[in-house]
Write a protein that binds this ligand. Structure first.
Ligand code: PEP
Ligand code: MG
Length: 579
């Protein structure tokens, strides 16, 4: 038996069998020269690889037909045609004869060129098809390198997934009924892989550094997502202890769920709003079970992250309408596309940024590709007739960006009007405050915003210079750092001075230890992973706004995060002795 400590990223306890996942990404494609006499042999390798790839695609196509999934069947039919495309094959052959390099490198290089050209094409159809070319060439390269592809969507038994790192798209597409727990070497609590594990209610411990090294096939694992611990091959006593802990945890959760219909109101009558964050439309209905009063953050970019599926306007319109209809009249805040950083979309050109988190992401990308952005805005506008939608923009760094965005929104509205497409005339428009420069100019941004939403995952990352996905520095991401509290107060005060609401949709909104301070600072709306709502509500209903204000005032004059941490922990122990 061995115990490892990591970062608790998704609560819950689960016991299960290890499944080790290595991922399908190839980072280094071998590149080497081949002699004149080897050219034929390389070409034959290519032909064998496309034949094998075509067999796989044919099987996938037939399966899709059997499952009567016309959309998937059509995609695989298109892939088969690409594999047979003589123009593509001739291009490869010509390059092979001219450059005399190994065939996997040539396939990789040519397909990269084609994909990037298609992705930047003004033609929407071509942009959407780039994802298929990328998919087909990946398949051929896998065959050439002899790597067996495995999709987490194909898991057929219950497992605890162990991986060095997982892409958000891998968490998104895995078979969520079978993955009972997740353990990773990498990752911090606000990495997108972590956010998704919470959204799907899968207990997870990340940032374990050595879990892939310390575990072996056949191991039994206990994932304690509450304590951020893993027990490898527990002895009998430990196993019994955790089986009891599972039952106890379930009882506690059931009890908390009994408050779903109560308002989020302090004992002295101060009312706030508790909403849910979602990543995929299917989550929308479930959030009501936890008492969400709406959706405060719909991370729309996950529509763009699904491999093999382009986010055309109709698909987006359908997704947004589904969410709005599921929520009835409750407000739904759709955050516009925020790819880049750790969210790499197979469907959108990426830049080879040396510093992706400081690079070409979110609104910067959207402003550089106005057609892509307006496609999303039109889809949201059209869906607005199905409910109560708000739009919010990520990674705004200053007023110029906000002005450009608002101009594009007006253009998108004009385009809808021209096509006689209806949309709601009363859509609130919000700015995410997640870059220090936005917080410091919040008074200016407030004049052009209907609301603010504090994205504390990025705000902490940029204020404290801590990569949110890097487990080695995650200890520095201290919510009680005086700089963080000052920047939060500044933003909330600026919102109130203009008479607009200050919301928070970063992970801090769902951390009960931070709830009293946020209340005391005047936060109006908390949006979080749905399962955290009952716990945050319990804190709100168990305190007074007066007490929280006094606590926040004391915290604001403290000088270090350790001091504030001690202050808040003592306050919690006094006010919530049983928690
Ligand atoms: C944030 O940064 O706090 C946020 C809500 O956005 P994301 O986590 O998607 O970057
Ligand atoms: Mg963010």
């Amino acid at each position: 038996m061995k115990r490892l400590n990591g970062v608790s990223t998704s609560p819950g306890i689960v016991i299960g069998k290890l499944f080790f996942y290595q991922g399908n990404e190839f980072h280094d494609i071998p590149r080497y020269a081949v002699g004149k006499t080897q050219v034929d042999a390389e070409w034959r390798r290519f032909l064998t690889a496309i034949e094998a790839a075509a067999e796989d695609v044919q099987a996938l196509h037939d399966k899709a037909v059997l499952e009567t999934s016309k959309e998937r069947a059509d995609i695989f039919q298109a892939h088969l045609m690409m594999l047979e495309d003589t123009e593509f094959q001739n291009q490869i052959k010509e390059r092979l004869e001219a450059d005399r390099e190994n065939i996997e490198w040539i396939v990789w290089d040519i397909s990269r060129e084609i994909v990037s050209k298609m992705q930047s094409s003004p033609d929407a159809y071509l942009r959407e098809r780039a994802v298929d070319i990328a998919d087909v060439s990946h398949r051929i390269i896998h065959k050439l390198l002899g790597i067996k592809e495995f999709s987490l969507a194909d898991l057929t038994e219950d497992v605890i997934l162990v991986a060095h790192d997982l892409l958000p798209s891998e968490v998104l597409t895995m078979n969520k009924d079978r993955v009972k727990g997740i353990l990773m070497d990498m990752g911090g609590p606000t990495s997108h892989a972590a956010i998704l594990t919470r959204a799907f209610g899968i207990p997870a411990v990340l940032g374990l550094s050595v879990v892939t090294r310390e575990t072996n096939a056949g191991d039994i694992l206990v994932v304690d997502g509450n304590a951020g611990q893993v027990i490898i091959n527990p002895n009998k006593n430990t196993l019994v202890k955790y089986q009891d802990a599972i039952k106890q945890y379930q009882r506690k959760r059931d009890k908390l769920l009994s408050t779903v219909d109560f308002p989020a109101e302090t004992k002295d009558g101060h009312l706030v709003s508790l909403k849910a964050n979602i990543e995929i439309p299917e989550e929308a209905e479930q959030v009501l079970r936890y008492g969400a009063e709406g959706i405060g953050l719909y991370r729309s970019e996950f529509l763009y992250l699904t491999p093999g599926q382009a986010a055309e306007e109709e698909r987006q319109y359908h997704a947004y309408s589904t969410v709005l209809k599921a929520m009835g009249n409750l407000p739904v805040t759709i955050r516009t596309l925020d790819v880049g950083g750790d969210k790499v979309s197979p469907n959108i050109p990426s830049s080879d940024d040396k510093n992706p988190l400081l690079g070409w992401r979110a609104i910067r990308m959207c402003l550089a590709m106005p057609d892509l952005f307006k496609t999303q805005l039109r889809a949201i506008l059209r869906a607005s007739v199905h409910g109560n939608v708000k739009i919010m923009f990520p990674m705004i760094s200053g007023v110029e960006e906000l002005e450009q965005v608002l101009l594009l929104l007006e253009e998108a509205k004009a385009e809808c009007l021209q096509k006689k497409q209806r949309f709601s005339k009363k859509i609130e428009v919000g700015t995410m405050i997640e870059i220090p420069s936005a917080a410091l100019t919040a008074d200016v941004l407030a004049c052009k915003s209907d609301f603010f939403s504090l994205g504390t995952n990025d705000l902490l990352q940029y204020t404290l210079a801590v990569d949110r996905g890097n487990e080695k520095v995650s200890y520095l991401a201290q919510p009680f750092h005086p700089a963080v509290l000052r920047i939060l107060k500044l933003t909330i005060d600026a919102a109130h001075a203009r008479g607009i609401k200050a919301a928070m949709c970063g992970e801090l909104a769902g951390v009960t230890l931070v709830t009293p301070i946020l209340l005391g600072l005047g936060l109006d709306e908390f949006s979080m992973t749905a399962a955290a709502i009952p716990m945050v509500k319990q804190i709100i209903r168990g305190t007074t706004i007066e007490d929280c204000r006094i606590l926040a005032e004391k915290a604001m004059v403290s000088t270090s995060y350790k001091q504030i941490d001690a202050l808040v922990n003592a306050w919690m122990a006094e006010h919530f002795p049983n928690n």
